[in-house]
Design a protein. Structure first.
Length: 428
């Protein structure tokens, strides 16, 4: 049966690409799991492939590509569920596309980035070699609930792991760091120790600012963004874990948040036994994943896309933009299912402090007027609204010089829409 599903899935993917309807990264897996609920287990149990799972709110796709690039630099065969298809059907689809027609998976490593709610589900059916937990922020509250609920579900699942698995955790995120305190598996931590990157105070978009041990408010020696930093509880002495890796000589992408992605990838690669030389060479060659600081040429002008799907990612994208002295911005806000249909989070973006008076702003998307209202309440006057994305994009791109760059800040489905305008192709 699985062989038939693989044949069918490969055919669907081929036809999807042929018709320019996407890469077929979800439907083949959706059908396979409908027919055989144990399809993922069946394929993996016959393989010697080492499994790396990446979980977190922000940075999964970038980190997965960083790790893939490092492993390929080391001449390893590796694949991951490309295109950000991070639900079970996306994982199943990636297995279909990478397996032979006889159902054999002949790769040394598989990297699966997983949705926050999917981590407990995938751990019920797969025993990975490595789990990398990046961060936890508010994101799509209508689907996920609060951060503490996700952290509790993660903790329950991680406590059931066997010694086969190694955990790689972000020590600077209190909710993620806490996951390593009760598990029986080997744990390694990454984080930042650089006072030059610290900000003044906990941001409005911060989430995990209370001790998970005694529920009192945490103190910070340094804050790097949101609730990430060198934290401790003065009441029960719960504090940031000892960090195994806090620096890299190469950071291929701009922004403090991408330092964390780089450090996470570096630590995992070192845990696999790879040399610093191989890792740094791969980092120097690295090209960003789609929509994650990706630069696309459009009629001889540069368009750079910063996926911004929740308050923290939006704030950090704006901070990075200001460090780059960016002037021309297109905000695209959608409320489709992949974005989350509750857009109240836009009121937690720190626009008042992060938007400059000399920046040119265009606003579009299904909820363009909601975003426009948010901007208006920030006392920002230099912006234009057009809910028609193509018209808004053409207005913004036609009003910049060839030497300038248009910076696009889209939610997830909006990012796919923007890329289709730029490239004429769908991803999913």
């Amino acid at each position: 049966m699985n062989i038939i599903l693989i044949y069918l899935g490969k055919l669907l993917s081929f036809l999807s690409k042929l018709a320019n309807l996407g890469n077929g990264s979800t439907w083949p897996g959706h059908i396979a799991l409908k027919v055989n609920k144990k399809f993922i287990e069946n394929i993996l149990e016959k393989s010697n492939t080492k499994i790396i799972i990446i979980a977190g709110t922000n940075g999964k796709t970038t980190t997965a590509k960083l790790i893939k690039s490092i492993l390929e630099e080391n001449k390893n065969s590796v694949f991951h569920n490309y295109s950000g298809a991070n639900l079970l059907n996306g994982i199943a689809s990636s297995l279909i596309l990478e397996s032979s027609f006889l159902g054999k998976l002949d790769r040394e490593y598989a990297i699966f980035e997983v949705d926050e709610n999917v981590l407990p589900l995938i751990l019920d059916i797969v025993l990975p070699d490595y789990i990398l937990c990046l961060n936890l922020f508010r994101d799509q509250l209508d689907r996920y609930g609060e951060v503490n609920s996700i952290a509790k579900n993660w903790k329950k699942s991680l406590n059931n792991l066997t010694p086969k698995t190694t955990l790689i955790l972000n020590a600077d995120d209190p909710a993620v760091s806490y996951l390593g305190k009760t598990t029986k598996v080997s744990v390694k931590y990454f984080g930042i120790n650089d006072k030059n990157l610290a900000i003044n105070d906990v941001q409005n978009a911060a989430d995990s600012v209370y001790c998970l041990n005694c529920n009192l408010r945490l103190n910070y020696k340094e804050i790097y963004f949101s609730h990430l930093g060198n934290w401790l509880c003065l009441n029960c002495n719960n504090k940031r874990a000892k960090i195994d890796l806090d620096n890299s000589n190469v950071y291929p992408l701009k922004g403090t948040y991408n330092r964390y992605n780089t450090l996470a990838s570096f630590l995992l690669a070192k845990s696999l036994g790879l040399s610093d030389k191989i890792i740094l060479t791969a980092l120097k060659k690295f090209k960003p994943a789609f929509g994650r600081q990706e630069i696309i040429k459009y009629k001889d002008k540069n368009v750079q896309i910063f996926l911004s799907k929740n308050p923290t990612s939006f704030n950090e994208s704006l901070r990075t933009l200001n460090d780059m002295n960016g002037k021309n911005i297109l905000f695209v806000l959608n409320d489709n299912i992949p974005d989350g249909q509750d857009i109240s989070w836009i009121w937690d973006i720190d626009l008042e402090n992060l938007i400059k008076n000399d920046q040119n702003i265009t606003v579009s998307g299904k909820r363009a007027y909601d975003m426009g209202l948010r901007i208006k309440y920030s006392d920002i006057k230099n912006f234009k609204i057009d809910s028609n994305l193509k018209k808004a994009f053409l207005f913004a791109i036609n009003n910049i010089k060839k030497s300038d760059t248009l910076y696009v800040f889209p939610t997830y489905s909006a990012m796919l829409d923007v890329r289709k305008i730029l490239t004429g192709k769908k991803i999913l």
